[in-house]
Design a protein around this ligand. Structure first.
Ligand SMILES: [Zn+2]
Length: 151
């Protein structure tokens, strides 16, 4: 599976690609040289809006548009998404989500959610919880529209 690095100018696209299951790192540092070093060592495909930066690395994709939707569509036109991977990855930190164990769910917060949703996912990295509520439907609508327009 291909792995990506999004630069600082394509953060929103980065989050949407993660929601679609793409493995997209986001740099911890600001120096382009450090970002390139990580891309090379981990064999990442760089997504960037910086034309100069793009030219410095052969495995990079230049994001022509300022619109995150166009940026996402550009990636999915080259690397088709797998719907089995949708919403398996934390959009905040890129970690793979796990099923939350019921004994770990604070009853004061999750009693109502658990009545309505069978599965609650959990990011072990940033400790966020995800379930298929109304927000989920909006995300799926956006993903569908990106895929329809991207193909
Ligand atoms: Zn996370």
């Amino acid at each position: 599976m291909y792995k990506f690095m999004a630069d600082h100018m394509v953060k929103r696209a980065c989050e949407w690609l993660r929601l679609m299951g793409y493995d997209v790192s986001y740099p911890q540092y600001h120096d382009d040289n450090d970002i390139l070093k990580e891309c090379k060592s981990r064999n990442l495909i760089l997504l960037t809006r910086d034309a100069e930066f793009y030219k410095r690395y052969y495995r990079s994709i230049y994001m022509d548009s300022t619109d995150f939707r166009q940026q996402v569509m550009e990636v999915i036109s080259m690397f088709p998404p797998d719907k089995h991977n949708f919403l398996t990855r934390c959009p905040v930190c890129n970690h793979i989500l796990e099923k939350a164990k019921s004994e770990n769910l604070d009853p004061s917060k999750f009693t109502e959610v658990r009545k309505r949703f069978k599965t609650i996912n959990y990011c072990p990295e940033c400790k966020k919880y995800y379930w298929k509520g109304s927000h989920y439907l909006k995300i799926m609508e956006q993903i569908s529209s990106l895929i329809e327009n991207g193909n």
